[in-house]
Design a binder for this molecule. Structure first.
Ligand code: TRP
Length: 335
């Protein structure tokens, strides 16, 4: 008998259109995974509300934007199930039972949540839904009995907490209903922002969106952070922290030419404008077909909504099966 195909569950909070950081950090891998694994990608609109409760329109309006990005990069709805978290009520229901298996102290120790609370200045006024979102994330993962969860480094604590819940559930109720998952962290580090800051993010204003126009790409590359000490062309340049070269490392397939360019830059005598021209050519080539496909999908939002609806129906069937098993284990199967 063949070994079962590993199941992947992953997703994003739809708080804005996706950018090159998402492309390198996850989208590129997801396009590859869909041929090898059974993959579910979740638009985590409910989770996005845990720190956007005052602005639900932002989440509503970005749901399709993110879906356009998924489809534009080549995530194929015939291979990957794309679905909407809020439309699978079993996920909220599962989370409700898991909350009894987690202490408030444990939630307060989750390093990612801790950092997010600090960044958002919640101080003492932490929304309970925000503090407990790792439990909701455990519900997302376990509802599908996912064994692989491709995520960035910052999400590893979520998988650890998920697995604690899985073990606690199975031990407490003496069953094997829930399955542990493994984080699949990409080898390539995160892509720095245009301005040289370590993280590319929409809110920092240092991102380049996947749907960027030719002019936007050109403008972004012109202001990209390079080597502030490289004042005259003859001066030796530095590669460390030089975003133009870090991005070239991520996007330029002609490794030999790139290495030659790096050596020239370090030696001195190579203008930043030459490096930027090479980078711009790479990015224009990468993004032109993505932009064209994105525009095509954006012309028919109703069709994309139907893709999400079909995906959500399929996802809901899977989640409902797990929900029924969990309820049976808890003795909540009266009729
Ligand atoms: N927390 C993830 C993010 O901020 C989104 C997410 C929600 C997720 N549920 C998930 C990711 C389950 C992987 C698995 O991007």
């Amino acid at each position: 008998m063949n070994a079962p195909v590993p199941l992947i569950l992953t997703g994003d909070r739809p708080t804005g259109p996706l950018h090159l950081g998402h492309y390198i950090g996850s989208l590129k891998n997801r396009v590859a995974y869909q041929h090898e694994y059974r993959q579910f990608i979740m638009l985590a609109d409910s989770q996005a509300l845990t720190d956007n409760m005052d602005n639900p329109a932002k989440i509503h309006n970005n749901l399709l934007e993110v879906a356009f990005d998924y489809l534009a990069v080549g995530i194929d709805p015939a291979k990957t199930t794309i679905f909407v978290q809020s439309q699978v009520p079993e996920l909220a229901e599962l989370a409700f039972y898991y909350l009894n298996l987690v202490t408030v102290a444990r939630l307060e120790r989750n390093p990612t949540v801790k950092e997010e609370i600090r960044l958002r200045n919640f101080e003492r006024d932490i929304p309970a839904g925000f503090l407990t979102y790792p439990v909701s994330q455990a519900a997302d993962i376990t509802a599908f009995k996912a064994t692989l969860v491709p995520v960035g480094e910052d999400q590893i604590p979520m998988i650890e907490q998920t697995n604690e819940i899985v073990r606690r559930f199975n031990r407490t109720y003496n069953c094997e209903t829930l399955v542990e998952a493994r984080a699949l962290v990409p080898e390539v580090g995160r892509l720095p922002g245009l301005d040289g800051r370590a993280k590319m993010s929409k809110s920092l204003g240092n991102a380049l969106n996947l749907g960027a126009s030719e002019q936007e790409i050109s403008k972004a590359v012109k202001k990209i952070y390079t080597d502030p000490q490289h004042l005259r062309i003859e001066d030796p340049g530095h590669l460390e922290g030089n975003v133009a070269f870090i991005w070239l490392d991520a996007f330029d397939d002609d490794r030999a030419a790139l290495e030659e360019m790096k050596a020239h830059y370090v030696r001195g005598g190579l203008a930043d404008s030459k490096v930027k021209a090479r980078l711009e050519a790479c990015l224009q080539e990468l993004l032109a077909p993505i932009r064209a496909r994105r525009e095509e999908f954006a012309r028919d939002p109703a069709e994309v909504m139907r893709i999400l609806q079909r995906g959500t129906e399929a996802a809901r069937e899977v989640a409902a099966r797990t929900m029924a098993e969990v309820k049976a284990v808890l003795g909540l199967n009266y009729f």
